[in-house]
Design a protein around this ligand. Structure first.
Ligand SMILES: Cc1ncc(COP(=O)(O)O)c(C=O)c1O
Length: 424
């Protein structure tokens, strides 16, 4: 049975470890500070358009923003009028496509775009779709679950959480028991791919439990939508949240919710915020196809191109396979060098992999990161609170050949840094 806490609303202590930066995150911030004076000099010299254009971008092995295709970037090079028919038609086509990608019925579901990063989308759904006087149960096995609870509490929404360790998955039986004991819960939120560690939660099972108890079910599918298949019908998902710059491989600028019409239509007046009011946003888009406030036009145009490329690649199945292959190459070769993964293989998803710091006295993440970045590869610091880790992402416009090239660099650097003795 997963370790869990039925800690209630006022108890913030369990969440603290998720909400404060981990050791490796702190070290990474120190690294960035130490390189800041250097990069300021570079930026003063280089922030001229031609120099910028000539600059080669590093490949981003991160959870987002991600490396995007040249054609997605190019698509953003347009100024379109936000109230012009061309833009309105484009927004409409993107909304339609998001429902199609979700493989749910257009009669039953709609999609709503919301300005801002993924957190704005999660905040919009939580603060708009939990009824006044309602209570949300958040399943927490990483920072993003913890953040969802923090969002609810900040908005004055009564919130409880069940907690699992960061290397465990959410247990639907525990959710079932909790809901049986707490009939006043109206809404449940579970993160699909918990990017903190890379673990993938069984959201379809959790959703079935929610349906059994008649609860509204929200899935934070930020880092998984379009990259890991999810059966929304089977999971009874009422709201799915993701953003433009994760597995659909657009540029940052907006988040979106795929929402069950029968659920969202009841939420008029429930929002605790004007700008993040999901029902009003939907009503505005439905009425005249326009955002209520300035839309991120450039990123929506780029997103249309990203969706075309997603379909051309073969949709979620093809993208899932590519990410799995990136992950396979990465883990196989990292293991060969001597690095160990943080998660048990059966819990690990294809989005991002956490690797434990090696025991070597020569290990220094800042140094390792710097050597990789000098070779034009950017990896990511760790985020779990109970182990020193770093992360390598598998999503974005990166391919098995890119992952292999990154691994060549990791092998070289491991020898340079004398991390694992003579065997590598
Ligand atoms: C699962 C999950 N939820 C929420 C977020 C927050 O998204 P953003 O950083 O775009 O605000 C992220 C970001 O990586 C995420 O992975």
């Amino acid at each position: 049975m997963a370790s869990r806490s039925w800690a209630i609303f006022a108890d913030r202590s369990l969440l603290r470890s998720h909400l404060e930066p981990s050791g490796s995150r702190r070290a990474f911030n120190t690294l960035l500070k130490s390189t800041r004076s250097r990069s300021t000099k570079i930026s003063k010299r280089k922030f001229h358009f031609e120099a910028l254009l000539a600059e080669k971008d590093a490949l981003l092995f991160t959870p987002g923003p991600l490396t995007t295709s040249p054609t997605v970037k190019q698509a953003a090079l347009h100024d379109w009028g936000s109230r012009d028919k061309k833009m309105i038609d484009l927004i409409q086509s993107v909304r339609h496509e998001l429902v199609s990608i979700s493989e749910v019925s257009h009669d039953e579901y709609t999609s709503v775009l919301m300005q801002g990063s993924g957190t704005f989308g999660v905040e919009s759904v939580i603060t708009s779709c939990v009824p006044r006087g309602g209570k949300i149960l958040v399943c927490v096995n990483g920072s993003y679950g913890a953040r969802a609870k923090q969002i609810a509490m900040t908005a004055g929404i009564e919130a409880e959480h069940l907690e699992w360790k960061e290397d465990e998955i959410v247990d639907s039986a525990a959710v079932d028991q909790f809901l049986a004991a707490h009939p006043d819960v109206t809404t449940v939120l579970c993160v699909h791919s918990e990017t903190t560690s890379g673990v993938v939660n069984p959201v379809e099972e959790v959703g079935q439990v929610c349906k059994k108890h008649g609860k509204t079910f929200i899935v934070d599918a930020m880092s998984s939508f379009g990259g890991i298949p999810l059966d929304m019908n089977k999971g009874g998902v009422d709201y799915l949240v993701s953003s433009s710059n994760k597995c659909l491989q657009g540029i940052p600028g907006f988040s979106f919710a795929v929402a069950r019409k029968s659920a969202i239509s009841k939420t008029k007046g429930w929002a605790r915020s004007v700008s993040l009011d999901l029902h009003s946003q939907m009503a505005g888009l439905d009425k005249n196809g326009q955002f209520r406030f300035t839309p991120p036009c450039h990123s929506i145009i780029a997103f249309r191109q990203a969706l075309d490329e997603f379909n051309k690649e073969g949709g979620v199945q093809a993208r899932h396979q590519r990410y799995l292959e990136n992950k396979r190459i990465c883990i196989e070769r990292m293991n060969k060098v001597g690095f160990q993964t943080y998660l048990k293989p059966e819990f690990a998803g294809p989005i991002i992999t956490s690797f434990r710091y090696p025991a070597s006295e020569n290990w220094d993440f800042e140094d390792f990161y710097r050597r990789l970045s000098e070779r034009d590869f950017l990896i990511y610091p760790g985020k779990v609170s109970n182990a020193d880790c770093f992360r390598i992402g598998h999503i974005g416009h990166i391919f098995p050949s890119d992952t292999s090239t990154l691994m060549d660099a990791v092998e070289e650097i491991s020898v340079e840094m004398k991390l694992f003795g003579s065997e590598n």
